[in-house]
Design a protein around this ligand. Structure first.
Ligand code: AMP
Length: 387
């Protein structure tokens, strides 16, 4: 078991560096479009602040190449100032003298937010000199940035190797949810997979085979599986190199007792016309699951005890191909099953379609949650001390 902030004793007056994931969407005026990730970090921030330590927060935002005023963390500082009145300070730098001075002036019970870590290229390079600078401003390190825990960056992997450390509540919750879901699922366990990146998804499906009772496959990836079964897929997206792997998975599923359901009808594009089809013609591009597939999938969802969902079931960004993802999201939202949605695009789809509040666990980490579902370790969490 990883050490959590509950296990940190005597941190009063100590300098605690908390790596958060404040990678939130901002508009061009700096207004926060979705505060989920900050909101989810608040319990850890509050807990540490209550311990009367000198709390230093750091995070990345977006993918800047050097300083970029549109990716400043200042709007996050303003957000935090409202939550922790008279306690929050902002340092407009991420390294150097301004940071050391700001930390020196920080009093116990105060919170200092540093500027976007990625304004310094050394962050993503896990550069030793940057690790040293970050370590020099802290006595203890806490990792609550689940969204980057699959990366080996200076502010998570690098610092955790050098300082006494622990995970925060957000990371603890994410690890706990995925571990329980895969090791001790509520049954029937129904996994729903969609999206287009077949390679990533095959690893994921392999890890769930034998654990899930039923796997529902939709989205672009379904066509690689349908081709593996000899079904005509027209001009739909396909990964020809992975057709054999898809065939192996279908075979393995039978051996392991996991039922796999593939789409039986489709919403397709032919030229610029949208057509529904059970059997596809050569000129059709499948872009959403059809009505009968939705019906079949909903039957499984209705009786599920646990649902794990990754990847939209169609090209949902285009309203003409949104219905499959919408109807399945609605069914998951209505179901009594414990529901987990992970992976950047799936979470985006749930938010866009307005079902976020009805999902039991919406993961804050796209790539990181994928890794957990694939059964892989997260390097930045691996280096946190165990109890
Ligand atoms: P992924 O990152 O692998 O989960 O893929 C997400 C993307 O898959 C979204 O942008 C969807 O538009 C896309 N997608 C879903 N279904 C299809 C499809 N049938 N054909 C092409 N793209 C699709």
């Amino acid at each position: 078991m990883k050490r959590t902030i509950r296990d940190l004793k005597n941190i009063k007056d100590k300098r605690v560096l908390l790596r958060c994931d404040f990678n939130i969407p901002l508009d061009k005026y700096g207004d926060i479009l979705d505060d989920t990730r900050i909101f989810e970090s608040l319990p850890t921030i509050k807990y540490l602040n209550d311990q009367d330590c000198k709390l230093i927060l750091c995070s990345h935002l977006g993918r800047p190449k050097g300083y970029d005023k549109y990716l400043s963390l200042f709007p996050v500082a303003v957000y935090l100032m409202k939550r922790f009145p008279n306690k929050v300070k902002f340092c407009p730098k991420v390294s150097g003298k301004d940071v050391t001075t700001a930390v020196k002036n920080l009093k116990s019970g105060e919170i200092l937010l540093l500027e976007n870590l990625r304004f310094d290229p050394r962050e993503e390079q896990n550069d030793d000199s940057f690790v040293k600078e970050l370590c020099s401003i802290a006595d203890v390190y806490v990792d609550d940035a689940f969204g980057v825990s699959h990366r080996k960056h200076a502010s998570n992997y690098g610092v955790a190797l050098k300082l006494p450390n622990a995970i925060g509540f957000l990371v603890e919750k994410e690890l706990d949810v995925f571990e329980k879901a895969l090791k001790n699922p509520k049954r029937p366990f129904v996994a729903i997979f969609g999206g287009a990146k077949v390679k990533d998804k095959l690893t994921l499906i392999n890890n769930v085979l034998g654990k899930a009772d039923t796997i529902l496959i939709g989205g672009g990836m379904a066509y690689t599986f349908l081709l593996a079964k000899g079904v005509n897929i027209g001009k739909s997206i396909v990964d020809l190199d992975l057709v054999d792997d898809a065939r192996d998975i279908l075979q393995k599923a039978k051996e392991k007792g996991t039922k796999i359901l593939l789409p039986i009808d489709h919403v397709t594009l032919v030229g610029d016309k949208v057509k529904k089809a059970f059997l596809m013609d050569q000129d059709m591009v499948g872009l959403d699951i059809g009505k009968d597939t939705i019906k079949e999938f909903k039957k499984e969802i209705k009786t599920a005890g646990q649902i794990l969902w990754n990847g939209p079931l169609g090209k949902y960004e285009d309203p003409r191909f949104r219905k499959g993802t919408y109807k399945i999201a609605q069914a998951v939202a209505k179901s009594k099953a414990y529901s987990i949605v992970g992976g950047g695009d799936s979470v985006g789809a749930i938010n866009t379609l307005g079902f976020a509040k009805k999902i039991d666990h919406l993961s804050t980490g796209g790539g990181a949650s994928m890794k957990l579902m694939e059964g892989k370790v997260l390097p930045a969490i691996e280096v946190i001390d165990t109890l």
